[in-house]
Design a protein around this ligand. Structure first.
Ligand SMILES: Cc1cc2nc3c(=O)[nH]c(=O)nc-3n(C[C@H](O)[C@H](O)[C@H](O)COP(=O)(O)OP(=O)(O)OC[C@H]3O[C@@H](n4cnc5c(N)ncnc54)[C@H](O)[C@@H]3O)c2cc1C
Ligand code: SF4
Length: 486
């Protein structure tokens, strides 16, 4: 019997197509997550419909309420193992033949081999070096290209002083077509009928919906931004929402672009003497280190990991964050970042980790709710990418599996790495009184709250010693307990 390859929204590129018949299902139920960013709903539907159009006669394309409406009772289906627990349960429950997953540099079997061979807590840096050695990516024989594994001393600079932007050319943007317009009309209709709850601004679409577009975005990154990626990887400027980032996470997570293709292209630039090793190593680390790492941890740590709550954080996410009401937020760093998410359904890594994540960590927002919120608000958000990034790295809710200490920072960090504080009504150096910075004071109030849980963590010994020396500890804690405005 001829097999039919059933593909999901994370499998829309050529690497999930081995020829033959295909099945693609647009499920309305999948859009009912509330709240969901409009840009994300638009991107996913646009990518699905573009793929259906590309595959033409080779694909059975269904627009239905539930996947089961189409796949139940069929015995011809095969599927590349999908990317969430729920989808894996579904494909198995309908008896589809399951092929090993794709779309990452290393397989699940590779990771198991690496993880099972070591004792103690798995460490990303060890995994990353193992992947480099095993694949030969950016290697000169057994040695790392450029003589070092890590170029952090060249990378991670603060933004250039008094600059409004990095001065790079405007990134390449896709042009919307009739498919995009059709998706937008559907979203409008469904929203008016109360069938979906969308937040965030509408269009234009900024992220690739086809492999062709993703390759143009990759070309543009290599040509215009790769050289500055490393040095400004951790920097933030109010007037430059993309900085030198690649903007490739959405097409990668939709399966439109294979990470190996991106890695091979950036490595070729280095080998041709056209890109500095610091930037090239920086992006390779993100792709075959971090991206594969959080993917494997999703499976390794289990479905229940999202319920971790080691710091007993139970505050609900306030409405201004939940619904992206940037104008209701006083703290300029948070307001600008939430405003960016509202506009684009995207923010760069440091805005996610050190602005939103740090704020949520300090204020004790519920980790599971934050995990869901990130999935709904970000164009590149998927169930597999969030737990290690949100529950683990940002909120330390796992008590030290993904990171060794909470990524907590005060206003001094924000002031060094961004230009937000200059435009803020608070002062990052002040922790008490009307100008007290909520991030600086929030840092001390956070340490005060979680002291019992982190006392045994030797990496927190110094911050906790600082807390004990604070002459106004009680007042700061009390002030932050009473702070209601964001
Ligand atoms: C709280 C939080 C939430 C995040 N949410 C997502 C998300 O929803 N989807 C997502 O793909 N990434 C997420 N990340 C990781 C990272 O922030 C984004 O991949 C990146 O900002 C996307 O922009 P870019 O494509 O321009 O990335 P670049 O800065 O150009 O990096 C290149 C690529 O590396 C990969 N990458 C880098 N860091 C990570 C990481 N920690 N985890 C996984 N992949 C990584 C991405 O594929 C990215 O496209 C999150 C990180 C944090 C701390
Ligand atoms: S002063 Fe504090 S609240 Fe304002 S932008 Fe700086 S860190 Fe954020």
């Amino acid at each position: 019997m001829e097999r039919t390859r059933w593909i999901f929204a994370g499998q829309l590129g050529d690497s999930f197509d081995d020829g033959g018949r295909m099945l693609l299902v647009e499920s309305r139920a999948a859009l009912r997550r509330a709240p969901l960013h409009r840009a994300k709903a638009h991107l996913i539907l646009s990518a699905i419909r573009h793929r259906a159009a590309e595959l033409g006669d080779r694909v059975e394309f269904h627009q239905v309420e539930h996947y089961r409406d189409v796949v139940e009772g069929r015995d011809d289906l095969e599927v590349v193992d999908p990317t969430s627990y729920a989808a894996r349960r579904l494909v198995r429950s309908v008896g589809a033949t399951v092929l090993p997953s794709r779309g990452f540099v290393t397989s699940e079997a590779d990771f198991a081999e690496w993880a099972d061979a070591r004792k103690g807590r798995p460490i990303m840096e060890d995994f990353y070096r193992w992947v480099r050695g095993r694949t030969g990516i950016l290697q000169d024989g057994d040695a790392p290209a450029g003589g070092q594994w890590n170029f952090d001393h060249e990378n991670r600079q603060p933004p250039p002083k008094r600059a409004l932007t990095l001065g790079l050319p405007e990134p390449w943007w896709p042009e919307e077509d009739d498919i995009d317009r059709g998706v937008r009309a559907d979203l409008d209709r469904w929203q008016a009928a109360g069938e979906v709850t969308l937040v965030g601004d509408d269009g234009p679409r900024r992220f690739s919906a086809t492999t062709g577009e993703a390759r143009l975005a990759l070309d543009d990154f290599i040509e215009s931004r790769l050289g500055d990626f490393g040095p400004f990887e951790d920097a933030t400027l109010t007037g430059d929402w993309t900085m030198a980032h690649s903007l490739l996470s959405a097409p990668l997570n939709l399966g439109l672009l294979d990470p190996r293709e991106v890695i091979d292209r950036v490595e070729a630039e280095y080998r041709a003497g056209k890109a500095p090793i610091g930037s090239v190593e920086g992006i390779v680390r993100q792709l075959c280190g971090w991206r594969d790492w959080v993917w494997h941890l999703y499976w390794r740590l289990g479905e229940d990991y999202v319920n971790s709550n080691a710091l007993a954080a139970t505050e609900p996410i306030p409405r201004a964050v939940l619904e992206l009401e940037a104008s209701a937020i006083e703290a300029n760093c948070l307001s600008q970042t939430i405003g960016g998410v509202r506009e684009h359904g995207w923010a760069h890594h440091i805005q996610r980790l050190m602005i939103i994540g740090n704020w949520a960590l300090q204020r004790g927002y519920d980790p599971k709710q934050m995990n869901e919120w990130f999935i709904g608000m970000f164009v590149d958000g998927t169930p597999w990418v969030m737990p290690a990034n949100v529950v683990g790295m940002s909120l330390f809710a796992d008590g030290g599996i993904v990171g060794t200490k909470p990524y907590a920072a005060g206003g001094a960090y924000v002031n060094r790495m961004t230009d937000y504080c200059g435009g803020c009504r608070f002062d990052p150096k002040v922790r008490l009184g009307p100008n007290a910075c909520p991030v600086t004071a929030g840092y001390w109030a956070f340490l005060d709250r979680v002291e019992p849980q982190i006392r045994g963590n030797f990496r927190m010994a110094q911050p906790l010693a600082g807390l004990r020396r604070l002459s106004d500890r009680e007042q700061v804690v009390d002030q932050e307990r009473r702070r209601t405005a964001l």
